[in-house]
Design a protein around this ligand. Structure first.
Ligand SMILES: Nc1nc2c(c(=O)[nH]1)N(C=O)[C@@H](CNc1ccc(C(=O)N[C@@H](CCC(=O)O)C(=O)O)cc1)CN2
Ligand SMILES: Nc1ncnc2c1ncn2[C@@H]1O[C@H](COP(=O)(O)OP(=O)(O)OP(=O)(O)O)[C@@H](O)[C@H]1O
Length: 305
């Protein structure tokens, strides 16, 4: 139990080094303790500091409590700001003209299909877009991947595709291999995902157990900026998954996958609007209807190859 508390304090101190180098657009009011609970079964409950060990001296208790309250206040302010941006973006996506949406859906997917880093990739993780969440459509990409196996006379191999499956509300998501769109069924959030076993009763391959590395991640999100900041839906699923995959790639000595997010024009924010914590993983590139925006050196290196 004592170990658990120490680990928790270490986490809080780590979180204090939040990456807020840019000014914020909105004021950051102090939040009530329960203001971040979100009524969604897929979203994990925010972590709260644990009480301190009763053996500590009184002055240590007071100082540590103040320090940790301060850390928690900063985190609360960041998560509050994230909620403000999410709700603004949701509103603008809701108001988006349907013909502009279809135009942008096609433009983004065509840019991906034409990109050298997409053409050359052999294995990828991609999201299955959800209309109700107003995400950039991925259906054209998925059918190109799944319905166009090795073309006759071409040496090009069929790409191996892994898609998300939410396992529990503790930010735990797996990426499972599918080979047909029919492998997907709607979950409780109306997002299509694969069952953990295929129609023959065999376990689907989990990308974390695969023998070969993934080259590319195609990521969803609510808001982005040109420095690579990505704001998700608040579950921490992708940040957790990407961090684990990056660790795996390191231990296997694999090249890190390119992280590419798809964005409508209205989802690209000015710098400084999206706050980040140490847990948020920046993307390497963005694809918006006006083009591919390479951000990291990995993306700049792969823009033409
Ligand atoms: N297409 C797709 N699949 C995905 C994700 C995603 O963002 N997009 N995920 C990425 O994590 C995971 C699922 N996580 C999700 C988290 C929140 C919501 C959601 O419905 N959010 C509502 C707000 C809910 C609330 O605030 O109570 C919304 O954003 O409108 C859906 C999926 C795995 N699969
Ligand atoms: N005030 C808070 N203090 C500490 N943790 C919080 C707080 N509010 C939310 N969290 C947790 O932080 C985690 C990450 O939330 P965050 O808003 O960064 O997700 P995200 O980047 O939108 O998610 P994803 O990685 O799925 O795209 C979630 O597990 C959430 O429960």
């Amino acid at each position: 139990m004592a170990m658990g508390r120490r680990a928790h304090v270490r986490e809080l101190v780590k979180a204090a080094r939040v990456l807020m180098t840019q000014p914020l657009l909105f004021p950051l009011p102090k939040l009530a303790a329960n203001s971040l609970s979100i009524n969604n079964p897929l979203l994990p409950t925010p972590q709260r500091p644990l009480p301190f060990p009763s053996l500590a001296s009184r002055s240590t208790v007071t100082m540590s409590t103040d320090k940790n309250d301060n850390v928690q206040d900063q985190l609360d302010a960041i998560f509050k700001q994230k909620k403000v941006v999410r709700s603004q973006v949701r509103k603008s996506l809701k108001a988006m003209d349907p013909s502009l949406r279809s135009h942008e859906d096609i433009a983004v997917q065509d840019l991906v299909l034409g990109a050298p880093w997409f053409k050359s990739c052999q294995r990828l993780c991609a999201y299955i877009s959800c209309k109700a969440l107003r995400e950039v459509d991925t259906s054209k990409l998925l059918s190109e991947i799944l319905e166009n196996p090795a073309k006759e006379g071409h040496m090009e191999l069929r790409k191996k595709l892994y898609v998300p499956r939410v396992e529990d509300k503790n930010s735990h998501m797996r990426m499972l291999n599918i080979s047909r769109i029919d492998d997907l069924i709607a979950n409780s959030m109306d997002i299509l995902e694969p069952a953990s076993v295929d129609s023959d009763g065999n376990e689907r391959e989990d990308v974390m157990q695969a023998n070969d590395p993934v080259d590319l991640f195609i990521l969803p999100g609510l808001a982005f900026d040109r420095t690579g900041r990505r704001l998700g839906r608040g579950g921490g699923y992708y940040d957790t998954f990407i961090r684990n995959y990056q660790e795996l790639a390191k231990t296997k000595n694999w090249k890190q996958p390119l992280l590419v997010a798809l964005s409508y024009s209205s989802q690209i924010m000015n710098e400084g609007v999206i706050p980040m914590t140490e847990n948020d993983i920046p993307v390497d590139a963005l694809v918006s209807p006006s083009g591919v925006i390479p951000i990291s050196s990995a993306a700049l290196d792969r823009i033409d190859v």
